[in-house]
Design a protein around this ligand. Sequence first.
Ligand SMILES: Nc1nc2c(ncn2[C@@H]2O[C@H](COP(=O)(O)OP(=O)(O)O)[C@@H](O)[C@H]2O)c(=O)[nH]1
Ligand SMILES: [Mg+2]
Ligand SMILES: [Zn+2]
Length: 315
Amino acid sequence: MRGIVTKSTGSWYSVKAEDDSYIECRILGKFRMKEFELTNPVAVGDIVTYEIESGERKGIIKTIEPRRNYIVRQSPRMKHHLHLIAANIDQALVIVTVQDPSLKPGFIDRYLLMTEPHDVPAIIVFNKVDIYNNESILVMNYFRELYESIGYTTFGVSAMDLTGVDELKNALIGKTTLVGGQSGVGKSSLVQAMFPHLNLKTKEISSHSGKGVHTTTFAEMFELKEGGSIIDTPGIKTLSYNNLTPMDVAHNFREFFALSDECRFSAKCTHMNEPGCAVIAGLEDGTINDIRYQNYQAIVAELNEQNHWERKKKM
Ligand SMILES: Nc1nc2c(ncn2[C@@H]2O[C@H](COP(=O)(O)OP(=O)(O)O)[C@@H](O)[C@H]2O)c(=O)[nH]1
Ligand SMILES: [Mg+2]
Ligand SMILES: [Zn+2]
């Protein structure tokens, strides 16, 4: 029996079978990924084979088919583990706002570090354009031009007055799209505006423990009747990356990577203070955007700091 995982709640997985029925499955034993430790072995979007447990209407996942790509982030609980968010996706939306809430500096660039390593096309969506004042519109246009010039698709939309909603919808039909963004930016409202037949409930489950309240959030795949599906990820609020090295970051800032051939130390250049660095030269002549560069520096500094404390702990 073969199917696709549409939801994971930690120990149980909803699997959509080839006959369109759903079955709850669990896993026995261990599935490992060679490269790193995972908190969850199976992700939404995984194609799995399973067996029905005798006398039950439940299944056991036996194998996971090789993933075309996947999105991971650092586990919020275990700093050294990664959490698989989704697998086998066609594109990822990052929804942001300039106003209410204001744009969090670096959020887009951090998000792109999740998608870029696996060549997952990212679409940057500015929502709530209906409430933007003149200054917010200038800010949005500035960033839309910046990211378009690097090669990303961008949209300016409103889930409220439906500006741009049809155009965005057209970009989603027939594809498997991961939807992310900080809470409050209008993810649920926007999905609802594009696909009114979907009923995205809040999938946040709180559990009490002695240490306080933890909120656990789970990704879920929703099928579009127009074709394709979206994966809602209510949990992505902050992004950290101790799975990446500074060099990985350099390679995944697309326009830096494109210039790195011209750096004296080419593929080894971190574009921080090396002599003959084409990215630093680009910063001076304006071909590299200074906000992108500042975000890059901040991310690399954060990684170096994490690694510094790792080394101290080991000593
Ligand atoms: N003015 C305006 N408000 C919006 C828009 N989209 C969402 N909102 C409001 O923003 C708040 C958060 O929306 P929600 O969809 O729950 O955001 P989520 O946390 O990202 O899923 C709600 O009060 C929505 O009514 C929009 O395009 N314009
Ligand atoms: Mg929501
Ligand atoms: Zn360089």
